[in-house]
Ligand binder design. Structure first.
Ligand SMILES: C[S@@+](CC[C@H](N)C(=O)[O-])C[C@H]1O[C@@H](n2cnc3c(N)ncnc32)[C@H](O)[C@@H]1O
Ligand code: SF4
Length: 365
């Protein structure tokens, strides 16, 4: 009966279901199942065994603690389209493992952070129609998240249109920004356009410390202040460096006070204006940070997949085969403002998206 009720909502062209504000994507890859619920931003990954439990539940209604957990995590919602899971498993070929596309919509940035791996480049802005063509391709590949970045994405004159285009799909629209020029009015427009999450970059809440690596302290703090008065989910990106390590807890406490949803710890990558060894953590500092992370309560601390040694240490050496090592080129890829593909944001692009994905497929065969 449940299957019938949902049948009319099945969109046979795109293989997706749109149910009011709830949108769930389902794809199979390598005998496993991946789900993404846009309304909660949750991604679920199921091993072969878990997939069987899910099928049992969908087909025969057999509820296990595993199924209860999926509901409590928001991976399955009460209105979840369980039909789609079955259709995907039975009818669709495997998709790519890819979850997220990081798109630099501009190379322009009014700030001048010492740490910035981008260096100084001429201004290239991605035209809206090029962005749209990538979103259409991404939709076909069943990608879950479009992460808009740059340069500084907020200075692109069509930023609201970019967000709006993504919001019409079942992929979520997120943005990483310095907060440069974010006003209540612009944020209101972005929320109305359908932005799902915003990540503000701030290495330290102590201005003098932040300025050792980042420019635009006041912009970041203002943006966090404005965001804290809205319902939009938002987080803080913190690059882990020698010069800001000692203010880690202070920044975490500030983020908690401001209602920040998560702190994303980024591994420091080489910058053209800095000597890497001067800022990368020593072995002792690495262990100190890891112990501090374990002590954080009341806010979610996420770790950049490029920080795989930290992730493994925090997981006591346990490695999930699907999530081990840097996920660049596996679960996410990046696109430069000139439209060329790159495996991650801090390198230069080379090819078009589909061209590159064909290369990956060939290599993995
Ligand atoms: C390049 S910026 C682009 C978006 C925006 N301008 C901003 O600063 O948030 C994206 C992220 O990369 C981080 N980042 C910049 N240089 C970095 C480096 N050398 N190592 C690690 N992360 C870096 C920034 O702090 C920011 O969180
Ligand atoms: S890190 Fe972001 S804000 Fe800073 S210079 Fe680079 S692009 Fe601009």
């Amino acid at each position: 009966m449940y299957h019938k009720k949902l049948d009319h909502m099945w969109n046979k062209y795109s293989g997706r279901l749109i149910r009011g504000t709830d949108t769930m994507q389902v794809k199979g890859y390598n005998e496993k199942l991946y789900l993404f619920e846009k309304s909660t931003g949750m991604t679920g990954f199921f091993s072969h065994k878990e997939k069987e439990l899910l099928i049992e539940y969908v087909k025969n209604g057999i509820k296990t603690p595993f199924i209860d957990r999926l509901y409590s995590l928001g991976i399955l919602t009460r209105t979840s389209c369980l039909n789609e899971i079955i259709k995907t498993l039975e009818e669709e070929p495997d998709q790519l493992r890819l979850d997220a596309l990081h798109i630099d919509i501009t190379t322009a940035c009014p700030l001048d952070c010492l740490q910035c791996y981008k260096g100084h480049t001429s201004t290239i802005e991605m035209p809206l129609n090029v962005f749209q063509s990538y979103i259409d391709e991404a939709q076909k590949l069943k990608i879950f998240q479009i992460a808009i970045g740059g340069g500084e994405p907020l200075v692109h004159s069509q930023i609201v249109d970019f967000v709006e285009y993504v919001s019409k799909t079942e992929m979520s629209a997120t943005m990483t920004t310095s907060g440069y020029g974010l006003s209540q009015e612009l944020l209101g427009k972005l929320i109305k356009a359908g932005l799902n999450h915003m990540q503000i970059s701030l290495n330290s809440i102590v201005q003098l410390v932040n300025e050792k690596s980042r420019d635009g302290f006041q912009h970041a703090v203002n943006a966090i202040q404005i965001l804290s008065s809205t319902d939009l989910s938002f987080g803080v990106n913190m690059v882990i460096r020698k010069d800001s390590l000692d203010t880690f807890f202070k920044t975490v406490e500030y983020a908690k006070k401001m209602g920040v949803k998560n702190i994303n710890l980024l591994r420091y990558k080489p910058s053209p204006t800095e000597d890497y060894e001067d800022y990368a953590l020593s072995g002792d500092e690495f262990y100190k940070l890891a112990e501090w992370i374990k002590q954080v309560k009341g806010i979610k601390v996420k770790v950049d997949s490029a920080y795989s040694n930290l992730l493994i240490y925090l997981n006591n050496g346990r490695v999930n085969k699907e999530r081990s090592g840097c996920m660049a080129g596996k679960s996410f890829i990046a696109i430069h403002a000139d439209g060329s593909f790159k495996p991650y944001s801090h390198t230069k692009g080379t090819k078009r998206l589909i061209q590159f994905m064909n290369t990956i497929q060939t290599v993995s065969l």
